[in-house]
Design a binder for this molecule. Structure first.
Ligand SMILES: *Cc1c(COP(=O)(O)O)cnc(C)c1O
Length: 362
């Protein structure tokens, strides 16, 4: 812990405040004890405020991908329409396939987003019972219009909508109840700014109903088991006790800031990044932003680089100066970098990175 806070701009895992890291150092407690029930109860209220829901928030010792598997195993009957616009939305499709479901992809280019009309047309042609959507596509920095897409899917009939909000939850406006999202999931190590190892999800009654009629929905990620245990402020299996201590501390910090203020801070960091891109372009350095204006994630920006400059090259140059960012994802690795301006970073800490990036790119 020699570096001061504000050097780590990966789009996950993100930098964790020292006081949150320190909160992990507590005694082990059994999971069927009053102490654990008090801890789970204490965590639920701020978590529900983050998710904007009245429903219980499931907590699993897992990475985010585990809750994607929970989503399809419990909610999908047979046919899944997967909205694909990058690596993580493609992962959702593959998880559905790996669980024996029929999957049709509604693909748009990496960096682009989906429109409600596209969803409407796809569902008119393909009788899906489930739609998967990635809210903030961390591989491209695009933000899908989840409220509109969910409404379009629901208008098609008996369809449930499963949303991957791993890199948007607690950073981008998202209304679980208000947008009638049937299932939404996230992980601890992105905009929640916790250590990796916890995953979270909320399911509506629509999903519980489907789970009840699916005896082969699996064991570890059974939504009904999570429901039943959370009603007693317990978890189905042994919880990651140390991580729950960190979560309790961080959930309280987030409640103090206020979720809307947290969204605003993320929007300000994103805007700072766009302004920096404009300034650099005006100075003759042809950087750009992959995702279209109006559909950009407030938590991660995919910056396109000038000819002759590579993603891994910029990452290495920044590392030499004490900063961490990610190269482009997969096929975009060489031509881009990704800046994760999320979690507990601030416009001030981001300025430090952007100033250094200016030096690196001249
Ligand atoms: C990071 C990420 C994931 C994967 O999460 P893990 O915690 O690594 O399993 C899934 N979806 C999105 C959008 C992500 O950003």
């Amino acid at each position: 812990m020699t570096e001061p806070f504000g050097r780590m701009f990966l789009p996950g895992p993100t930098e964790v405040r020292p006081e949150v890291l320190e909160a992990q150092v507590g005694p082990m407690i059994g999971h069927r004890t009053p102490e654990m029930e008090a801890l789970v109860r204490r965590i639920q209220a701020p978590l529900r405020a983050i998710f904007r829901t009245e429903r219980p928030v499931y907590i699993a010792p897992s990475s985010g991908t585990g809750m994607m598997e929970m989503a399809v195993r419990n909610a999908a009957r047979r046919r899944v329409l997967s909205l694909v616009n990058g690596a993580f939305s493609e992962r959702f499709a593959r998880i559905a396939e790996a669980n024996g479901l029929d999957v049709r992809r509604l693909e748009v280019p990496w960096g682009a987003v989906h429109s409600p009309e596209q969803v409407e047309e796809a569902l008119a042609e393909y009788d899906a019972d489930t739609v998967t959507i990635c809210h903030s596509e961390t591989s491209t920095g695009a933000l899908n219009p989840v409220a509109e897409l969910t409404a379009a899917a629901h208008a098609a009939g008996d369809v449930v909508v499963l949303v991957d909000a791993v890199s948007s939850m607690a950073g981008a406006p998202l209304e679980t109840d208000g947008w009638a999202i049937d299932y939404v999931l996230t992980g601890s190590q992105k905009a929640l700014a916790l250590p990796p190892g916890l995953a979270f999800a909320v399911a509506r009654e629509t999903v519980l109903e489907r789970a009840r009629s699916k005896p082969d929905r699996g064991y570890y990620y059974d939504v009904l088991a999570f429901e039943k245990n959370l009603a007693k402020n317990q978890t189905p299996n042994t919880p990651a006790v140390s991580l729950l201590y960190a979560l309790a501390a961080q959930a309280e910090r987030i409640a103090e800031e206020g979720i809307e203020a947290r969204w605003t801070r993320h929007a300000a960091m994103a805007q700072r990044t766009y302004d920096w891109v404009d300034e650099r372009r005006a100075a003759g350095v042809p950087v750009g932003i992959l995702a279209p204006d109006g559909f950009r994630s407030p938590t991660v920006t995919c910056v396109t680089l000038p000819e002759g400059v590579t993603g891994p090259g910029v990452v290495a140059a920044l590392r030499d100066r004490g900063y961490t960012v990610a190269p482009g994802y997969g096929r975009l690795k060489e031509s881009m970098i990704r800046i994760g301006h999320m979690g507990d970073q601030t416009p001030d800490t981001l300025d430090g990175l952007l100033e250094t990036l200016t030096e690196v790119l001249t």
